[in-house]
Ligand binder design. Structure first.
Ligand code: SF4
Length: 307
């Protein structure tokens, strides 16, 4: 245990092998909560990825997510210490996250744009040779928009790529809006986010729009090509990995044929389409959606710790 860090752990979950693997750390906060930190590596990934959490719990309650309820924001120091904790663990398994290109993604527990310490947390990781990705559903709250502006300014001044990913969920706006209990932005506001990102960060990449591809989720390029032009946005297709809440909400995994059709449809409209977001064989085998590692840990300890 590293006593200098504000986040600790007493278990490590290792899945797969060096060619396709995941290290999961249930991160323990000083006030007894459990968050998820994970590390994805393997031959098919362009970079190894450290995934950290932004909040304890989450206020948005998306239907496909494992998390329940909101407790608090993680501080900038706690954001920093999650990455440091995982780097220490990765070293133990023979990886060197400080010597090879790595990405830190803010995507596990919580909604990053609702955390006012997000940008100061990323600033505190500046000394690592990493790129960043922030994954958001884009809440409707004004505080989230102000945080997005701060993030865009940070990205413009950062020496390595900072990727913004918005979980659009569906190409049906109505389906998107009813997928979360909390208020999230409609399509017009998502488009404005793409314009803001481009205007403040003109050399940056397009904004990723991520679709949760289930067997019944509307995913049709014709519905969105006018509002989300390929110059500003690219689409990311993440096959739904079954979760408990997702099963209760009736989500069903997509068939390979439907997924192929959806990708062809988006490519024919000029969108950049790739397989970089597809779950790896190990992620599929162990059902590793965000926060399932945290759930496995809580089940192993009999839910005796506050979550
Ligand atoms: S998917 Fe993300 S935004 Fe939605 S409830 Fe889960 S952690 Fe929160």
């Amino acid at each position: 245990m590293n006593d200098d860090l504000t986040i600790h752990h007493d278990a490590v979950l290792f899945f797969g092998d060096r060619d396709d693997g995941v290290i999961g750390l249930p991160g323990l906060t000083h006030d007894g909560h459990v968050i998820e930190i994970s590390y994805f590596f393997g031959l098919t990934r362009p970079k190894n990825i450290i995934v950290i959490s932004s909040q304890v719990g989450c206020p948005l309650g998306c239907s496909f997510c494992e998390l329940d309820g909101f407790v608090r924001n993680l501080t900038a120091r706690e954001l920093h210490d999650q990455a440091r904790l995982m780097i220490g663990e990765a070293f133990r398994y023979g990886f060197d996250p400080t010597g090879t290109p790595h990405k830190v993604t803010v995507a596990d527990s919580g909604e990053p744009l609702l955390n006012p310490f997000l940008v100061s947390g990323l600033e505190s990781l500046r000394d690592l040779p990493v790129s960043f990705k922030v994954s958001t559903v884009l809440p409707a709250a004004r505080a989230a928009w102000r945080n997005l502006e701060r993030l865009a300014d940070f990205a413009a001044g950062y020496e390595r790529p900072v990727q913004l990913q918005i979980s659009l969920i569906s190409t049906s706006e109505e389906r998107r809006l009813r997928s979360c209990r909390g208020r999230i932005a409609g399509f017009d506001r998502v488009r404005e986010a793409g314009e803001l990102w481009r205007s403040r960060n003109p050399r940056g990449r397009q904004v990723n729009l991520s679709l949760i591809v289930t067997d019944d989720m509307p995913c049709e390029a014709a519905r969105v090509v006018r509002i989300f032009p390929p110059e500003l946005f690219r689409f990311r297709f993440r096959e739904y990995v079954p979760t408990r809440h997702g099963a209760a909400a009736g989500h069903v995994a997509v068939s390979p044929e439907r997924l192929r059709r959806i990708k062809r449809d988006f490519a024919s409209r000029g969108y950049q389409v790739g397989d970089w977001a597809s779950p790896s064989p190990v992620e599929r085998r162990f059902g590793l959606a965000a926060n399932t590692i945290r759930r496995m840990y809580l089940e192993a300890i009999g839910f005796s710790r506050k979550d």
